[in-house]
Design a protein around this ligand. Structure first.
Ligand SMILES: Cc1ncc(COP(=O)(O)O)c(C=O)c1O
Length: 399
């Protein structure tokens, strides 16, 4: 019998919508790409994007910046984190998160992950006294019990910044992701939920923190041109003490992004279909553990994770090779060395990570796959059948 093969691309995103292409062409034709280069009476695309994204999330203020990583570093700095300060953050996240902490000379203190792939709140409670700020990364879209997280942080006097790179469009208990902490950071990089190649957004209700973020991003003295910013008085005391670190978004990217905001609910619904199709196709596979998702979480299924608890490394490696031979691109968080986008806390030597035995055990069996919206429901079903067959195939003997 011939084996089923998958021929789709796990990295192919959808095209930019025609309205975004038209808006981008208009910016190219008039040539005013810099956000503060406006004709008399003109509202810059970047300022309009900020206003629309603030309205979408319910935040008072929004700032568009050059990348998700720049958003996190700017938010940390805006909230008052400085050189040598400790910042609590997830051990299970991707490299730009500890990278943003390191970029401002601060020190990540990693918190364990649970089998649900969320931050371990008991470990967080135990470590809360070690830092004044928590950078919570909703890694791969898994949202922890945000009510308990906020209670732990409030009790310990810890300010929360949310990394929502994977949760734009998600919610906890009906509250949009990013609306629990003091500031939230989003990415609009190609693999995220809206795509401008590179880009980031910061939201907040805090006048001082957002005024500082706007100055840090490189607003010169042109902050009154922002439409989702604190009043000018909020900037007065900060102007002479806040460095310009130039990380602005430009009007071209903002033009590409604005029409995508309205498409977000439809995208979320389509991701749910793909996610649930893979999930039901893998249900009951011996040796494979699915991730249970809490009732209070509404997630965006733009990627899928499962666990292979207790599998020895050579058996995981053999599975990855068999799946790849059938066209299914699986990533493994247990790999000894960083590969492409996938790396692990103990690969970030610059952060001097302390060993985290629970995280080591979980990541050793953690498999990850992308679900781009160019996949159909039939593609998702086929991918699940291939994974299931290969997980059930006889495994090489472990020595
Ligand atoms: C969890 C997480 N946070 C933050 C970022 C940073 O986003 P960017 O690539 O836009 O800097 C990424 C990017 O992959 C990410 O995966």
């Amino acid at each position: 019998m011939t084996q089923e093969i998958f021929t789709g691309s796990f990295t192919q995103q959808e095209p930019i919508p025609e309205a975004g292409i038209a808006a981008a062409l208009a910016v190219l034709r008039h040539g005013r790409l810099h956000r503060y280069n406006t004709a008399p009476g003109e509202v810059a695309e970047t300022a309009a994007l900020e206003q629309e994204f603030a309205a979408l999330t319910g935040a008072r203020y929004c700032l568009a910046v050059a990348s998700g990583g720049a958003a996190i570093a700017t938010a940390l700095r805006a909230i008052g984190v400085g050189p040598n300060d400790a910042v609590l953050t997830n051990a299970f996240t991707l490299a730009p998160v500890p990278g943003a902490v390191a970029a401002i000379g601060a020190r990540p203190v990693f918190v364990e992950v649970t089998d649900s792939l969320t931050i371990d709140l008991d470990d967080l409670a135990a470590k809360a006294g070690q830092a004044r700020v928590l950078l919570i990364s909703h890694m791969r879209g898994h949202v922890c019990d945000m009510d308990r997280l906020m209670a732990i942080c409030a009790a310990a006097g810890v300010t929360v910044i949310e990394d929502c790179a994977h949760t734009m469009g998600a919610a906890w208990g009906g509250v949009p992701s990013g609306r629990h902490g003091a500031m939230a950071c989003y990415s609009t990089q190609t693999y995220k939920h809206i795509n401008s190649g590179e880009g980031g957004l910061i939201t907040s209700d805090d006048d001082q923190a957002m005024a500082r973020a706007i100055l840090l991003s490189g607003s010169y003295m042109l902050y009154p041109r922002h439409l989702a910013a604190p009043p000018p008085e909020a900037f007065a005391a900060l102007t002479y003490d806040t460095p310009n670190i130039s990380g602005r978004m430009d009007n071209l990217r903002a033009a590409i992004l604005r029409p995508q905001l309205a498409l977000l609910p439809d995208r979320v619904a389509r991701w749910s279909v793909l996610y649930q199709t893979v999930e039901s196709g893998l249900q009951g596979t011996p040796g494979l553990k699915l991730i249970t998702r809490p009732q209070a979480e509404s997630y965006v299924g733009s990627s899928f994770q499962f666990l292979l608890p207790g599998w020895p490394a050579p058996q995981v490696q053999a599975l990855l090779a068999r799946a790849a031979a059938r066209g299914v691109d699986l990533k493994w968080f247990g790999a000894p060395a960083p590969a492409a986008f996938t790396s692990r806390y103990d690969h970030w030597h610059y952060a001097h990570p302390a060993p985290l035995p629970q995280t080591d055990r979980i990541l050793a069996g953690l498999i990850d796959l992308r679900l781009p919206l160019t996949f159909t429901e039939a593609d998702a079903a086929r991918i699940a059948r291939i994974i299931r067959a290969e997980v059930c195939a006889p495994r090489p003997a472990a020595d």
